[in-house]
Design a protein around this ligand. Structure first.
Ligand code: ASP
Ligand code: MG
Length: 438
C-alpha cells in the first residue's frame, strides 16, 4: 500500500485539487491519501484564534468573513454540477457556523486547537466530494479515529497501528482520504502534530501499516543540495539516506517536517519527495541505502542563540558539564551544538523561551556571554567523516568568513558550523561553489 501526502499548495487551488485526483488515479493499488489544509488556511485559523484569545472578536470575524469568501469561490470552481455546488455550500456553511460558534463561546486553548483542526477537515471533505462528483470510488477516514499523542505529545505508534489496520482491511475502496496534522491527545481532546505536521501524519501511517512507500507531494522537485531561497544554483538530490534526510530536515530544509523520517526509518519504509507541479521530475528518494563519504547537501537553521560559559572551576574537574546540562534539562531547553575547552564551553539553543531563567542559573558557574542571531550551517553526507580532506574543503570554501563554533565527529554524517546570521547568505554561497562546484 502507498501513503501519499499532498501539502497545502498542492490542494490550495481548485485546479490543483483536480490535478491531484488525476495523479492518484494514475497510482497502482490501494493508497491512503493524506491532505493538508488549503494553503494559507492554517495561518488564518491561527490568526483567528489569536484574535479571540486576545479579546478581539471583531478582528476574528473579519478574518472569518474573508476566509469564507475564499472557500465559496473555491467550491464554485471545484464542483461542476449545481448539485455538488450545493453540497459544497452546505459544507462551507457548516464549518463557518462552527467557527462562529467557537468564537461566541468561552474561547480557550482547547477551542483554539479545535479551530486549528478544521483546515484539514474541510480540505479532505471538499476533496472527497470532488471524487464523488467524478464517480471515483473512495472513502473518507477521519484521522481523529486513529491518530493520537500521549501526555508528552509523542505519537502513540502502536495504538495508531492497532486502530488503523482493522479499519483499512474492511475498506474495499482503493482510495482512502484522511487528514494530516490533526490527532487526539491523552485527554481525548482534538490536538495536532505541530505546524507542518501533515508530513508526520503520512509517515506515522506509513510506519503503522508498513506501507511500500510514503510519498510527500509538495511544490518543489525534491530536497535540494542547498537552500534554493538563498542560493541561485541548487539542484535536487536523487537519493538520501534516512540519517541524511533527518539531519537536513532538522537543520532547516523546509521541505519536510523534522520528525517525519523517524517512524519511516524504524520500519524501513522509503520516503519519496515529489513535485505536484512537475510530476515527471524524479524527486528525492529517502531510504536506508546510500553512498558513503560524499557531501550531499547543506542546510541552515536561523534563530540560534550561543551561550558561552567560562569557569575556572571547569579545569580538571569532573561533573561540571553535568551540572551545566541539568540547568538546560530543568528548563526543557534542548541543546544543539556543543564545543568545550579547558575552562570554557559554548552551547547553542534554538528555543530561547527560557533564556533569562537559564542565564540566571548559569551565572552561578562563572562568566557568561550570549550571542543571539546565530545560524547553524550543517553540511550533510552519509559517512562524511570518511571523506579524505573534507575539513580543508569546507574551510577553504569559507575562506576568511568568521566562524563562531565548529562541530565535527559527533555524528559521521555532518559538519556543523555556527556563523552570525548576517554571514549566512555568503557562507551558503561560498560552500555551494566550493563543495558542489556549481
Ligand atoms: N496545515 C498544517 C500547517 O499549515 C499542517 C500541514 O500543512 O502540514 O501547519
Ligand atoms: Mg509542509
Amino acid at each position: 500500500m502507498l501513503v501519499v501526502k499532498f501539502g497545502g499548495t498542492s490542494v490550495g487551488k481548485p485546479e490543483r485539487m483536480k490535478k491531484i485526483a488525476e495523479l492518484i488515479l494514475g497510482m497502482p493499488g490501494k493508497k491512503i491519501v493524506v491532505l493538508s489544509a488549503l494553503s494559507g488556511t492554517t495561518n488564518t485559523l491561527v490568526r483567528i484564534g489569536d484574535a479571540l484569545l486576545g479579546q478581539n472578536p471583531a478582528a476574528a470575524e473579519l478574518e472569518i468573513q474573508n476566509l469564507e469568501k475564499h472557500y465559496l469561490q473555491f467550491i464554485n470552481a471545484l464542483y461542476s454540477s449545481e448539485g455538488y455546488k450545493a453540497i459544497g455550500e452546505e459544507i462551507v456553511s457548516r464549518y463557518f457556523s462552527l467557527f462562529r460558534l467557537l468564537a461566541a463561546g468561552n474561547f480557550d486553548d482547547r477551542s483554539h486547537r479545535e479551530l486549528l483542526a478544521q483546515g484539514e477537515l474541510i480540505s479532505t471533505e471538499l476533496f472527497y466530494h470532488h471524487l464523488q462528483e467524478r464517480k471515483i470510488n473512495s472513502r473518507l477516514l477521519p484521522a481523529l479515529h486513529f491518530m493520537s499523542i500521549d501526555e508528552n505529545h509523542e505519537p502513540e505508534l502502536d495504538k495508531i497501528a492497532s486502530r488503523l489496520k482493522p479499519i483499512i482491511d474492511t475498506i474495499q475502496s482503493d482510495i482512502i482520504v484522511t487528514q494530516g496534522y490533526i490527532c487526539r491527545n491523552h485527554r481525548n481532546e482534538i490536538d495536532n502534530l505541530k505546524r507542518g505536521g501533515s508530513d508526520y501524519t503520512a509517515s506515522l501511517i506509513g510506519a503503522a501499516i508498513r506501507a511500500e512507500e510514503i510519498q510527500i507531494w509538495t511544490d518543489i522537485d525534491g530536497m535540494h543540495n542547498n537552500d534554493p531561497r538563498i542560493v541561485k544554483k541548487t539542484r535536487p538530490i536523487a537519493e538520501l539516506t534516512f540519517d541524511e534526510a533527518s539531519e537536513l530536515a532538522y537543520f532547516g530544509a523546509k521541505i519536510l517536517h523534522p520528525s517525519t523520517i523517524l517512524p519511516a526509518q524504524k520500519f524501513d519504509v522509503p520516503v519519496r519527495l515529489k513535485n505536484t507541479m512537475e510530476e515527471k521530475a524524479a524527486g528525492t528518494i529517502i531510504s536506508s541505502k546510500g553512498t558513503r563519504g560524499q557531501v550531499k547537501a547543506i542546510a541552515a537553521k536561523d534563530g540560534i542563540t550561543a551561550i558561552n560559559i567560562k569557569s575556572s572551576r571547569m579545569l580538571l574537574a569532573y561533573g561540571f558539564l553535568r551540572k551545566v546540562f541539568e540547568v538546560f534539562e530543568k528548563h526543557k531547553t534542548p541543546i544543539d551544538m556543543i564545543s568545550t575547552s579547558e575552562v570554557a564551553m559554548s552551547v547553542t539553543i534554538d528555543d530561547s523561551t527560557h533564556l533569562n531563567e537559564l542565564l540566571a542559573e548559569l551565572m552561578t558557574f562563572g562568566s557568561i556571554e550570549v550571542d543571539k542571531n546565530q545560524t547553524i550551517i550543517c553540511i550533510v553526507g552519509n559517512a562524511l567523516a570518511e571523506k579524505e580532506g573534507v575539513l580543508p574543503e569546507v574551510f577553504n570554501a569559507l575562506g576568511s568568513l568568521p566562524v563562531r563554533m565548529v562541530s565535527f565527529g559527533g555524528s559521521h554524517n555532518n559538519i556543523s558550523i555556527l556563523v552570525d546570521t548576517s554571514q549566512k547568505e555568503k557562507a551558503l554561497n561560498l560552500l555551494n561553489q566550493g563543495l558542489f562546484a556549481i
